[in-house]
Ligand binder design. Structure first.
Ligand code: NAP
Length: 309
């Protein structure tokens, strides 16, 4: 498919899984006149050229954003402020600045103060990812039939509409949300589950040392899924928890209460409580499948270890 370019020049800052997937898809489908990329290491910039993630790489973030009408920050959440500080003075009049960070309030606080008044700030978050990271992990179908949530800043309506069309061109369904609400929803659907997976794998690892690695050898599906999630990029997830602290702690507090209730039901032999609980949670799973957000659905995703993030 070839469409009219939605932007003349798109600058991708950070060239890992998300930026790589965006670049490959934009280039494949002609969504941008030119895709310029920048990553901090020469090695990543070299791989980006080798794989054609962008049309060219720049030698600095400031050079990459010059004359770009869309700039997308694709670095870990904790690195957004430093990148914004560097590019701020070099942004073109009327450019749109967006990001793909998994947390929205902290990114808005970190990036916003460094942007000049003459740009439109439209933060975003594609709910798509794999446990793989780096420039070799990207693939053009990553966003197919996934959600991308935009949290536009006031006065950026036209810029948000144009960015919506880009994400639709990348294959995503687009919705808009208030940043606080985004962070709470993602704490429930992604951030707390990741922490639970990290914890469970840590527990199993401790236990594995006293069971001669039987935990690994006889891994059943539930634990295998946990290990896949717990293999996600440590830098990215450290930054997610440090930057979505309040919402994650709120959800973990509720999780702990529920866990204690289930623990009590097991201890007291309250089978009715357990059965009712599992019946309710089974209905949630069915809702996810009906909404088409079942992680195992598309074959291309399975090949790349896809899961929503
Ligand atoms: P990634 O594959 O690890 O790539 C990160 C990129 O950022 C690399 O090009 C890296 O450069 C660069 N970078 C890292 N630290 C930096 C720093 N301190 N200063 C400048 N550049 C730095 O990451 P990703 O998975 O694409 O994630 C990027 C963003 O998307 C994150 O904010 C994450 O929260 C969000 N996100 C991720 C997922 C997911 O599942 N992975 C899903 C949705 C959103 P070098 O290669 O040169 O080190």
């Amino acid at each position: 498919m070839s469409a009219a370019p939605l932007y003349d020049r798109v600058a991708l800052i950070g060239l890992g899984l998300i930026a790589g997937s965006m670049g490959l898809r934009m280039r494949r489908d002609g969504l941008a006149g030119e895709v310029v990329g920048f990553a901090r290491s020469a090695e990543t910039r070299g791989v980006a050229v080798e794989l054609g993630l962008c049309d060219r790489v720049a030698e600095s973030a400031a050079a990459a954003v010059a004359e770009a009408d869309l700039v997308v920050l694709c670095v870990p959440v904790g690195a957004m402020a430093a990148v914004a500080r560097e590019i701020g003075p070099h942004l073109a009049e009327g450019a749109t600045v967006s990001d793909v960070g998994s947390v929205k309030c902290a990114v808005i606080d970190a990036v916003g103060p460094h942007l000049p008044d003459h740009v439109n700030f439209v933060p975003g978050h594609p709910l798509a990812g794999t446990e793989h990271s780096g420039p070799r992990a990207g693939f053009p179908e990553l966003f197919e039939n996934r959600w991308c949530l935009l949290t536009p800043r006031p006065g950026t309506e036209a810029a948000a509409d144009r960015l919506t069309r880009l994400w639709q061109g990348l294959g995503a369904n687009v919705d808009r949300m208030d940043p606080d609400h985004h962070d709470l929803v993602l704490a429930v659907t992604s951030h707390a589950p990741h922490l639970i997976a990290y914890t469970m794998v840590g527990v199993a690892d401790d236990l594995g040392r006293v069971t001669d690695s039987e935990v690994i050898q006889y891994s059943a599906a539930g634990f295998r899924d946990f290990t896949r999630i717990a293999a996600s990029d440590p830098t990215m997830w450290r930054d997610v928890f440090l930057n979505n602290r309040d919402a994650t702690l709120e959800i973990l507090g509720r999780f702990t209460e529920e866990l204690f209730a289930l623990q009590r039901a097991i201890r007291t032999g309250d089978g009715e409580m357990l059965h009712d609980y599992f019946t309710r949670t089974r209905a949630i799973r069915r809702g996810i499948i009906e909404a088409g957000q079942d992680t195992d659905a598309p074959d291309f995703g399975r090949a790349h270890g896809e899961r929503p993030v």
